[in-house]
Design a protein around this ligand. Structure first.
Ligand code: GAR
Length: 195
């Protein structure tokens, strides 16, 4: 059984889909949820499913490697960023080479980088008048939204769509594809622990 950790800062709709997807899987499961926000809904979702949940503060995350101990203790094989808004520090990137992915709610390299998250992305797509948008799933490196792509898919943006409408179309794609892509990547992992 491979162990997945989800890092999330927000409402956790993707985290919920991923948790539910793997609940009936006998090869992988979500073993840990990590958030940088004490009151993040995603922590309640984890508790609801009996999954270990953890909050990290800025100092612990960026200036120590304490989180690695926890990931090692839980035998984490793969990390999924699902709306996690902090940059991943080098000690974590190096400990999980091609074992950590992020989802971005646009067609990278467009609309990526620091500050480009959630509704900011959809507002920028609307302001540019783009006819399509989509999702990008990519490996994580030390820069925001720059790792190698794993998967992209598109959806149309209609002329009268509001940023909220665009968000809904993109979220539909995320919920549909993210769990499947995670399952595929986890099934292809080399045997043996990450760290
Ligand atoms: C998702 O749309 C994800 O693509 C985005 O945050 C949302 C989290 O939603 N991530 C980024 O913008 C990263 N730059 P959720 O909490 O409902 O899963």
């Amino acid at each position: 059984m491979r162990n997945i950790a989800i890092f999330a800062s927000g409402t956790g709709t993707n985290a919920r889909k991923i948790i539910e997807f793997f609940r009936n899987d006998d090869t992988a499961r979500v073993a840990l949820v990590v958030s940088n926000k004490k009151d993040a809904c995603v922590l309640d979702i984890a508790r609801e499913h009996g999954i270990a949940a953890l909050t990290v503060d800025r100092t612990t995350f960026f200036q120590s490697e304490a989180l690695l101990e926890r990931l090692r203790a839980q035998k984490i094989d793969f990390i999924v960023l699902a709306g996690f808004l902090w940059l991943i520090p080098p000690y974590l990137v190096n400990a999980f080479p091609r074992r950590m992915i992020n989802i971005h709610p646009a067609l990278l390299p467009a609309y990526g980088g620091k500050g480009m998250y959630g509704m900011h992305v959809h507002e920028a797509v609307k302001a540019a008048g783009d006819a399509e948008t989509g999702i990008t799933i990519h490996y994580v490196n030390e820069h925001y939204d720059e790792g190698d792509f794993v998967f992209q898919t598109r959806c149309p943006v209609h002329q009268d769509d509001t940023p909220a409408d665009i968000a809904r179309s993109v979220q539909r794609l995320e919920h549909l594809y993210f769990p499947q892509i995670i399952a595929k990547l986890v099934s292809e992992l080399p045997t043996g622990p990450a760290i």
